[in-house]
Design a binder for this molecule. Structure first.
Ligand SMILES: [Zn+2]
Length: 163
């Protein structure tokens, strides 16, 4: 596997639906370790394989100081009334948006040992899961966001408020 590198918008790999992982072997576990490193270096809370240039359906997400791995994930239930949340993305530095997400999500996936698992997530983890699943589908949050702005604009806005 070539060296992993964070991919930025408008890189084509971010616009493509990813392929299922066929076999969870050493190569896949190495990929996951590399992704964890990149996510930490960039202070992220979630990262999809296509964000590091690998066309495979898997992502990692931080939850209570632990990093969870989701291979071939599938959302089986979205629950509750959508809420508006702030969101950002490592592939879109300095861009934030307001986006509506479900507060609860049930996801089915394989863990790094190939065991089928099911997880019900809420709060930030539910948001991360929806964001990362979108990545695996080739979708970026800016396509769904109600409002997008650059960090410079936020700084300016908050400055104005302070004055
Ligand atoms: Zn993202």
């Amino acid at each position: 596997m070539e060296k992993l590198k964070l991919r930025f918008y408008p890189d084509n790999i971010l616009k493509q639906k990813t392929k299922p992982v066929k076999e969870i072997d050493q190569e896949i576990r190495k990929l996951i370790e590399g992704m964890k490193k990149i996510m930490k270096e960039n202070n992220g809370v979630g990262l999809a394989a296509n964000q590091v240039g690998v066309d495979l359906s898997l992502f990692i997400a931080e939850d209570k100081n632990k990093i969870l791995t989701f291979i071939n994930p599938k959302i089986i239930k979205l629950e509750g009334e959508k809420i508006t949340l702030d969101e950002g993305c490592l592939s879109l530095p300095k861009i934030f948006g307001y986006i509506k997400r479900y507060p609860l999500v049930v996801i089915e996936y394989l863990d790094i040992w190939g065991k089928k698992r099911k997880l019900k997530a809420k709060g930030l983890l539910a948001q991360i899961i929806q964001h990362e699943i979108d990545h695996l589908e080739g979708k970026l949050f800016i396509e769904k966001a109600d409002k997008i702005f650059k960090i410079e604009e936020i700084d300016k806005e908050s400055l104005e408020k302070q004055q």
